[in-house]
Design a protein around this ligand. Sequence first.
Ligand SMILES: [Zn+2]
Length: 373
Amino acid sequence: MDPVTADSTLQQEGASAVYFDGASSRRRTVRLAFSYDLEIREEGAAKIKWAYDDIRQADSPAGMLRVSCLSAPPLARLEIRDTELAAQLASRCARLGENRIGSGAVARIVGWSVAAAVSIVLVVLFAIPLAADRLAPLVPEGFERRVGDATEVQVKAIFGKKACDAPAGQAAYAKLMRELRVAAGLDADVESEVLSTDIPNAFALPGGKVYLLSALLAKADNPDEIAGVLAHELGHLKHRDNMRELIYNGGTSFLIGLLFGDVTGSSALIFASKSVVTASYSRDAEANADGTTIEVMHKLGRSPKPMGELLYRVTGKEGGSGLSILAGHPLTEDRLKRMSDEDRPPSGPPLLTDKEWAALKAICGPEDKKDKK
Ligand SMILES: [Zn+2]
């Protein structure tokens, strides 16, 4: 091989290394050329050559390859932060890791770390969305419940311990939830409360908890509007969308926690509960949950259209405010159209009597009702 050809492996413009000559403390920005030897080149200075077999790795902070050379001044150092450049050099230095962790090991590690970085990107882009769909049904219910419990703590921290508890209202709410839950085919573990807050919304938590926020209840004109919303949330529970979104959004850290059994670790749970409270669902998950609303309302002989109307009314006026689970996502108009297409004249009895509906509206007490009409 002639030296000119070898020169063509001169590193690309851009990536550079830092060289300390061992005599002064001056940092010199240099370029590396991979010829018969490693050539260290600095503008206006003589070329320095290091034999590949003499190059050894020195201790360095993470993210940097630092090497010395047996035939160079003892304190001379070369520092490389560019991963690809480090990998190119390491692949040529057969004895880089001698006296460290065995010959060749470091070269392999550097090479592998490039491959690993690429594969992590691939995993995040392609594998996790797939994995989320396949893993969500496999997440043990016990784990889901623990995430739900941790999330509930977050929810209480956000909304305060203001579950509404007017007895007649609670009875009406329990009746409504029971009908919906049975129609949705969910078991009695589902818990639900009305929380007093100004944010018009509703959401479901892992492990079977549904919350209706009082501001949304205040804006509802009839039981079917609220029933449709609650059925939608039951749909999220039924499809385990929480876990799906959690795995999707949490990506690698969540998967790693799951795979290594770190499920009781507080960091995993805090992360999980935060993302459940703040996350919005994907369009597919929303469409599926709306499908549950349609199914449940039809089963009860009621129309899903009022739910579409309620959300249209709410987000039309206050789109984007508050949590994004119901408000502020772009589907409101599509949703209303879909619900209208599924509109049917009632064939079942009203879900609540007028008296029960009035009691439900007053579940948070008269004050709450006066604030938001
Ligand atoms: Zn939803």
